[in-house]
Design a protein around this ligand. Structure first.
Ligand code: CP
Length: 347
C-alpha cells in the first residue's frame, strides 16, 4: 500500500489496499469490508456494548490496513502528524500503554505520558481539573485507564478532545476486545458460529465484557466458565452460556480465552485455594487433549503461569498470546486514526 491510509493524512483506510488474500488475511465472514463506504462517526471509543457490527468490523478492517506499516523498515506514517495524544493511566499497564504509545508514534502523533505518582493528582487535583488543564495545552486525544468504571465516559463531559477507554474498572476494555476478535478472525477466517469459551474471573473482567459484546454482535457463541463465585448465572440473562465444567465446555470450543485471576479486585476469598482453581479451571496439555486439535488458546495478559494456564500451553503452538500483542498495535493505530478523522461525531 504505497498511497494508503498509512501514507495519507486524509484518505480513509477503507479505500486502501490490503495484504494479499490468504488463509489468515482474507476472512470470509461476509460482512462488508471497510471499502464499501462505511463512514466512521464516533468521536470517542468507550466500549463495545454500544457499537454496531458494522462499526466493529470497520475497526477490524482499518486495522488490517495498518498491519503492513509495522513490517516496513521505517515504521512511521504521517496520518496524525501535528496531533497530540495523551496517555492518562491511573492503573498499571505494560501492553496497553506501550502499544498505544507506539501506535500513536507510528502515526506521527506527539505523545504525552501522564504518570499519576508524579502528577498533581497526588496533591488532590481532581480528574476533571487534570483533564481540563492538559487540554489547555492543546491536545487532541485522551487515552484513559482508570480503576473506576465510567471514568472515561465522565471525561467526555469535561473535554472537547477524543477519549479512548484503555480499561475502566470492571466495565470495558474495548481495544483489548477488538484485539481478541481480530486475532480469532485472523486465525479462523470467520466469527459467525464459532464457539468461544472465556474462562476465569468473569465477574471482575472488563476484557470478558468487551469480548462478549463484540463476539455476540458478530455472530459467535460465548460460554463463560469458572467457579460459581466468579461466573454467576446472571450472565445468562445477557445471552451468554454459563458453565462450571471446563472439560465439558472445551469439547466443542473453537477458541478458549483464559483470563487472569484478578486478586486486586476481589474483596473476599472466591475459591478455596489456587491448587483447587488450577485443578478445575487451569488449561494444561492434558486437558487440551479433550478439545479440538486446532483449539486457539488466548490470554490478554498479564498471565499467571501455572495458574490460568500451564507454561507449555502459554508457549505452545496453539497459543496466540504474543500474536494478540502484535495485533494490538494495528488495532490501536486504527482507533486513533478513525477517531481523529471526526471532530464533532457522536460519542
Ligand atoms: N491486556 C492488558 O490490558 O494488559 P496491560 O494491563 O499490561 O495493559
Amino acid at each position: 500500500m504505497s498511497t494508503n491510509v498509512a501514507d495519507s493524512q486524509t484518505s480513509t483506510p477503507a479505500a486502501q489496499s490490503r495484504p494479499e488474500p490468504n488463509a489468515t488475511t482474507a476472512p470470509a465472514d461476509g460482512l462488508a469490508p471497510a471499502s464499501d463506504g462505511f463512514t466512521w462517526k464516533r468521536k470517542h471509543l468507550l466500549g463495545l456494548e454500544d457499537l454496531s457490527a458494522e462499526e466493529i468490523m470497520h475497526i477490524l478492517h482499518t486495522a488490517e490496513s495498518f498491519q503492513e506499516v509495522s513490517t516496513r523498515s521505517i515504521k512511521k506514517v504521517p496520518a496524525l502528524r501535528g496531533r497530540v495524544v495523551v496517555n492518562l493511566f491511573f492503573e498499571d499497564s505494560t501492553r496497553t500503554r506501550m502499544s498505544f504509545t507506539l501506535a500513536a508514534q507510528r502515526l506521527s502523533a506527539d505523545v504525552l505520558e501522564f504518570n499519576t505518582r508524579v502528577s498533581s493528582v497526588s496533591k488532590g487535583e481532581s480528574l476533571r481539573d487534570t483533564v481540563r488543564n492538559i487540554e489547555a495545552m492543546g491536545v487532541d486525544t485522551f487515552i484513559i485507564r482508570h480503576p473506576a468504571g465510567g471514568a472515561p465516559e465522565h471525561i467526555t463531559r469535561c473535554t472537547d478532545c477524543h477519549v479512548i477507554n484503555a480499561g475502566d474498572g470492571q466495565h470495558e476494555h474495548p481495544t483489548q476486545g477488538h484485539i481478541d476478535i481480530f486475532t480469532i478472525r485472523e486465525r479462523n477466517g470467520r466469527l459467525e458460529g464459532l464457539n468461544v469459551v472465556i474462562v476465569g474471573d468473569i465477574a471482575h473482567s472488563r476484557v470478558a465484557r468487551s469480548n462478549f459484546w463484540g463476539l455476540t454482535r458478530l455472530g459467535a457463541k460465548v460460554t463463560f466458565v469458572g467457579p460459581t463465585t466468579l461466573v454467576p448465572r446472571a450472565f445468562e440473562q445477557l445471552g451468554a452460556r454459563v458453565s462450571h465444567d471446563l472439560d465439558a465446555a472445551l469439547k466443542d470450543a473453537d477458541v478458549v480465552n483464559m483470563l487472569r485471576i484478578q486478586r486486586e479486585r476481589m474483596t473476599s476469598q472466591v475459591f478455596p485455594s489456587t491448587e483447587e482453581y488450577v485443578r478445575l479451571f487451569g488449561l494444561t496439555r492434558e486437558r487440551m487433549k479433550k478439545a479440538k486439535p486446532d483449539l486457539l488458546v488466548m490470554h490478554p495478559g498479564p498471565i499467571n503461569r501455572g495458574v490460568e494456564l500451564a507454561s507449555d500451553v502459554a508457549d505452545g503452538p496453539q497459543s496466540s498470546i504474543l500474536r494478540q500483542v502484535s495485533n494490538g498495535l494495528a488495532i490501536r493505530m486504527a482507533v486513533l486514526f478513525l477517531l481523529n478523522q471526526t471532530s464533532n461525531g457522536t460519542g
